[in-house]
Ligand binder design. Sequence first.
Ligand code: NCD
Length: 315
Amino acid sequence: MSLNHFYKKDIVSINDFSRDDLNRIFKYTDNFKLLDHSIKGELGKGRTLGYLFYEPSTRTRMSFESAMASLGGSSIGIVDSKISSIEKGESLADTIRIMDMYSDVIVLRHPFDGSSKFAAELAENPIINAGSGSEEHPTQAMLDLYTIFKEKGNIDGLVIGIVGDLKYGRTVYSLLYGLAKYDVNVYLISPPSLAIRKESVYEIEKNLKLKEYNYLYDDVLKKLDILYVTRIQKERFPDIQEYEKVKGTYKVDSSVLEKSKIDISIMHPLPRVDEIDYRIDETKNAIYFKQARYGKELRATLLTLILNENPFNEE
Ligand code: NCD
């Protein structure tokens, strides 16, 4: 029996996963979807997922919890630091140590860069980074890449635009690190004050061609197979007046679709605020809700792989 590569593995950064690893996760997700409910329900039986969310979440927490339930496991956790001992001044380290005793895998979202790495060094059980400051959100990027793969049949060869808050959006960084493992062209579109942090993409720029624009120009739009839209991360602005200056500066609406390829796919990690017109939801180009659905399936697969030595009975 071979030990699966992801058994007991932390998911701190997508950089720790090779292209081969990612492609394997996509294949496993396809396999997982075909399993009977009763088989799925054995994969996490008697196991507990512990979640610690020091920042708001809808999809990430619910998809992990729902994924764990589908595996026959249960979830415990903290979503509101005000009603836990965090409010009494308990440190992140102590909170992690305790959760490590009560669960088999920990899902952590925290406002500090480096928080998941810190937790992984401390915990015996695997840590899944569900958002570390404006640094990374690796499982979001995995599900984003899986969505692209399912929608387009391939990732290599695609032209991908990423629009929005490229300075603070952690999903953008994990996605770029993931895309750097494929052969793609990437256009980055943002107001100048929300441009990508150069020091965070320095390494990947050796493999990935990044072209930067301050506006969604028609010439750029025409080329795109995917447009990945992000929310301005209001909560990360040190000065709210700076947020006011950029708020509402870009919006994907029907005029954008008219100028795009007929089969352009519009993605968004969600939540959306005002950056995608609701009328886009009805078009076949909008795949952001499908993306959220894939999130549960991919996360259930990741949990399966982390919790079981050889869940897919490989020789
Ligand atoms: C994102 C996050 O928390 O980084 N949300 C998510 O997990 N889908 C995106 C965001 O908050 O804008």
